[in-house]
Design a binder for this molecule. Structure first.
Ligand code: DER
Length: 235
C-alpha cells in the first residue's frame, strides 16, 4: 500500500460519519482531498443529499465546486455538524500540527465551530510530541516587518533550539502568501516544547502573529490508516 492508498483509506472511513443534511467543514491537503472526492461521489450517486460544505481554503473551494458540492461559509453556518481534515502531526493526546498546506487559519476557524472534528492521517503522521517530526510548525503572521516577528518567534523557543524560517513559494521564490494575504513563518524545534497551551498563548501574544498551527484539544476523532489496517479513536 502506498502512502496515498493509506490516506484514501482513512478518508473514506471518515466519510462514513457523514449523514444527509449535514453542514460539513471540508479540510485541505492531499488526505482531505480524498474525503471530498468521496463526498462528491456519494452525492452524485444519490447516496447522500442536502449536504452543505464549508471549505477551509480556496483550493478546497475549487475542488468542491467542481464536484457540485453546495457551498457556504461560517457567516451563514456558525455551527457545523462535522469537519474532516488531515494533519501534519498527531501526538498521543490527539493534539495536532496543521498548516503545512498553508490553510491553518481558516481550518482552525472552521474546525473550531464543529460538533465533531474527524482527523484523517496515514500512520507516518503520528509523533511522540508536537514538533517531534522535525518538520515545520507553521505560524501565520502579517507581512509588515515579518523579520521582526520571525525573530520574536524564534527567541520564544530558544531553549528548544528553535529555528524560524519565512515560507517561500517554490513557484516564484517570493514569500508564500496565504488565502488571507498573510505570510507564514515555519518553526523547527530540536526538542519537545513542553506545555503546548503555554507555547500557543505566548505565540499569540506577539502582535504580528495571526494564528499558529497547533490544534490543541480540538480533534474529537482520529482515524489512522496503516499497514496493519485502519483504526478509529475517539477523544
Ligand atoms: O495544511 C494542512 O493543515 C493540511 O491539512 C495538512 O496538515 C495535511 O496535509 P496532507 O493530508 O496533504 O498531509
Amino acid at each position: 500500500l502506498t502512502q496515498d492508498d493509506l490516506k484514501k483509506i482513512a478518508a473514506y472511513k471518515a466519510v462514513e460519519f457523514v449523514e444527509s443534511g449535514m453542514v460539513l467543514g471540508l479540510g485541505t491537503g492531499s488526505t482531505a482531498k480524498h474525503a471530498i472526492d468521496r463526498i462528491g461521489e456519494l452525492l452524485r450517486q444519490g447516496k447522500l443529499s442536502n449536504i452543505v460544505g464549508i471549505p477551509t481554503s480556496t483550493k478546497t473551494h475549487e475542488q468542491a465546486l467542481a464536484l457540485n458540492i453546495p457551498l457556504s461559509d461560517i457567516d451563514t453556518h456558525p455551527v457545523l455538524d462535522l469537519a474532516i481534515d488531515g494533519a501534519d502531526e498527531v501526538d498521543p493526546d490527539m493534539n495536532l500540527v496543521k498548516g503545512r498546506g498553508g490553510s491553518l487559519l481558516r481550518e482552525k476557524m472552521i474546525e473550531g465551530c464543529c460538533k465533531k472534528f474527524v482527523v484523517i492521517v496515514d500512520e507516518s503522521k503520528l509523533v511522540n510530541y508536537i514538533g517531534g517530526s522535525g518538520l515545520a510548525m507553521p505560524v501565520e503572521i502579517v507581512p509588515f516587518c515579518w523579520k521582526f516577528t520571525a525573530q520574536k518567534l524564534q527567541s520564544l523557543f530558544e531553549d528548544s533550539g528553535c529555528v524560524a524560517k519565512l515560507r517561500i513559494s517554490p513557484e516564484n521564490g517570493k514569500p508564500y502568501v496565504t488565502d488571507n494575504g498573510n505570510f507564514i513563518v515555519d518553526l523547527y524545534f530540536k526538542k519537545d516544547i513542553g506545555d503546548l497551551r503555554a507555547a500557543g498563548d505566548a505565540i499569540l501574544r506577539l502582535a504580528g502573529v495571526v494564528e499558529h498551527g497547533m490544534f490543541i484539544d480540538m480533534a474529537t476523532t482520529l482515524i489512522v490508516a496503516g499497514e496493519l489496517g485502519v483504526t478509529v479513536r475517539n477523544k
